[in-house]
Design a protein around this ligand. Sequence first.
Ligand code: DX5
Ligand code: ZN
Length: 225
Amino acid sequence: MPITILPSVLSADFSRLGEEVRAIVAAGADALHLDVMDGHFVPNISFGPDVIKALRSHTDVPFDVHLMIAPVDAYLQAFAEAGAQSIIVHAEAGPHLHRTLQAIRALGCKAGVALNPATPVDAISYVLDAIDIVLVMSVNPGFGGQKFLHAAIDKIRAVRDATLGRAIAIEVDGGVDATTAGAVAEAGATRLVAGSAVFRDGPDGYKTNIDAIRHAALLARGELI
Ligand code: DX5
Ligand code: ZN
């Protein structure tokens, strides 16, 4: 699967989100990653479906909605209607992960499962048929700008082995920048989420920031000469 870069809107300037979305897409974002936090499953609160819906008219790129909320089932429809193309839930986000994944697909979205740093890859062993994306968290969820946890690299490899031969994409989220992108791409991640590393230096720097991450990933895969 090709490398794609998904900027996390969590690190954008919330006072002018529409402009930020247009700027980051113009800078080369392949999709947008939208972090929804409930102050319960994670110790922070971000935004909900109305904000995502308001952003939908600013771009055509896919919306990858990362739900850090529990219990999650009652909110899936609202995020699908807000314009999500993929919805990612945490393995711990409800009592019946398989049912949650089925519900996401029934809403017409790709279904993803996020694995916290402490969550074993085994958590998805028996639901692989219901999964389109596995998101390996390389920080504890809740905040942007945290330090990359290197144990994620081995975990990405383990997910790659567990999903071999299936149409399942591996996404990585947390502390991804030009210095860590190579290792995660080499290990098998193709969907690279990055927040603070892309939304810095103002809009004039966005293209350089995205290009640096993409370049590191492609180099590690031997796709650049
Ligand atoms: C963390 C979020 C991430 C976050 C990443 O809970 O899921 O998407 O925005 O931010 P950086 O790239 O700054 O670690
Ligand atoms: Zn995220």
